[in-house]
Ligand binder design. Structure first.
Ligand SMILES: Cc1cc2nc3c(=O)[nH]c(=O)nc-3n(C[C@H](O)[C@H](O)[C@H](O)COP(=O)(O)OP(=O)(O)OC[C@H]3O[C@@H](n4cnc5c(N)ncnc54)[C@H](O)[C@@H]3O)c2cc1C
Length: 391
């Protein structure tokens, strides 16, 4: 069976569901496909930064996050060794608190809003390859459902929002245009009864850690180090032993010792950051598929939400295939990269874990100013759904 869409989006989490939502709100016929289940979990420590919170508010999605009981974060404490630096989240850009919703809540809320906006969202369906026109232009996707049914979905534009292992990027051979060097590894889990009311970040030479209040009265606690060091610790003492070794070097150890862990520990290995070529005839990439940086930036979700807006605006400014659309897509990547390069560079330095406590403070200030720059640029970009409905 053959279908034709204005856009097919591969991936229905923060980048994909948001892009589908914004395009559908403007009247495009959008299909969004994910091989995962609706509302399923994924690797994440959940922390949203100001620009991400602003986006959810602009699109009317913050209510769903609040309705799920997600606690408001109104302060952050940076622990540099024994030195504690508290910072208040001051109201700015229309945002007076940050949030760290579980991905089961956030990703599902965005997908639900995309459906309400008129997008067709199919979970449990895998994209197995790209369709091409005789001239090589990307023209759609081939899909397979869990029960083996195959379909061809034809589209004017295929958007890869399919994460770090992006099939769309691989099928196109989209080159990496900037690459980092460092990658960290993380161990994280959820604790109940921890006295944590804001984001807390801990730094010791060679180690980073964080405590992030999330839903159901739980606090997500992570420890991170270089991938090589984590691998040695995990192979010697399992995830529990590695967590104890790393957390034991920071003040979070004493606090989790007096609290109860809910569920097991997760071990996530990273990969160096990259910016990838993210547009071409009939295709575009958004989210981790086109731009990845180490989770230590705690900015991947926020960037995905912001970049989905930039991409949606580009598509809506030139929805028909042709030179205008290619110009608009090139413009999207150009802003994304201009704002992404400084963040990727500084995140790469932090992820190396090759710093002392003085240098990491400086790096975190650089990261904060890269985030502010993004917030300011996004704040001046009218929301994609403010453009005239094109249908
Ligand atoms: C351990 C860890 C902790 C993190 N913590 C934070 C944090 O605290 N704050 C923060 O901002 N960011 C954090 N991040 C980063 C953040 O999770 C990502 O940047 C964000 O999830 C990117 O969203 P995305 O929609 O681009 O991709 P993803 O969330 O990876 O979603 C991609 C989707 O595409 C689907 N898909 C892939 N291939 C196919 C296919 N062939 N067919 C159909 N569907 C497909 C997948 O099923 C998936 O649902 C963390 C990342 C990790 C690994």
């Amino acid at each position: 069976m053959d279908n034709r869409w204005d856009a097919v989006v591969v991936g229905a989490r923060v980048a994909g569901a948001t892009t589908a939502l914004l395009l559908a709100r403007a009247g495009l016929r959008v299909l969004c496909i994910d091989r995962a289940r609706h509302g399923s979990d994924t690797l994440s420590t959940h922390a949203l930064m100001r620009a991400g919170t602003l986006q959810l508010q602009r699109w009317g999605l913050l209510d769903a996050v609040l309705a799920a009981g997600t606690p408001a974060v109104r302060h952050t404490i940076f622990h540099y060794g024994r030195d504690d630096v508290p910072v208040s989240i001051r109201p700015a850009a229309g945002v007076d608190a940050l949030y760290a919703p579980r991905r089961t809540i956030l990703d599902a809320a965005i997908a639900n809003a995309a459906v309400e906006a008129g997008a067709t969202v199919r979970f449990g369906t895998t994209v197995t390859g790209l369709l091409r026109d005789p001239d090589g232009r990307v023209a759609g996707v081939a899909t397979r459902t869990r029960n083996g049914a195959a379909r061809a979905e034809r589209a004017a534009l295929v958007i890869g929002a399919d994460g770090r292992g992006s099939l769309v990027a691989q099928a196109i051979g989209a080159p990496i245009e900037m690459s980092g060097q460092a990658s960290s590894a993380f161990l994280y889990g959820y604790w109940t009864g921890l006295d944590v009311t804001g984001y807390e970040w801990f730094y010791q030479p060679g180690i980073s850690a964080g405590a992030i209040p999330t839903n159901d009265g739980l606090t997500c606690v992570f420890v991170g180090t270089t991938e090589a060091r984590a691998a040695v610790l995990v192979s010697g003492g399992g995830t529990g032993g590695a967590f104890r070794q790393l957390a034991g070097r920071t003040p979070i150890a004493a606090r989790v010792a007096g609290a109860g862990r809910v569920g097991g520990l997760r071990y996530a290995r990273g990969r160096p950051g990259y910016l990838r070529r993210s547009w071409g005839p009939g295709w575009a990439l958004v989210g981790d598929a086109g731009y990845w940086k180490d989770p230590l930036s705690t900015h991947g979700i926020t960037d995905a939400l912001c970049d989905a807006e930039l991409l949606a605006r580009a598509v809506l400014s030139a929805p028909e295939p042709g030179p205008d659309q290619l110009d608009a897509l090139a413009g999207y990547q150009s802003i994304r990269d201009e704002l992404g390069r400084p963040m990727l560079r500084v995140t790469d330095r932090i992820a190396s874990h090759d710093w002392d406590l003085i240098e990491v403070r400086r790096l975190l200030m650089e990261l904060a100013s890269a985030m502010t720059e993004k917030l300011e640029r996004i704040g001046t970009v009218p929301a994609a759904d403010e453009v005239v409905n094109i249908r």
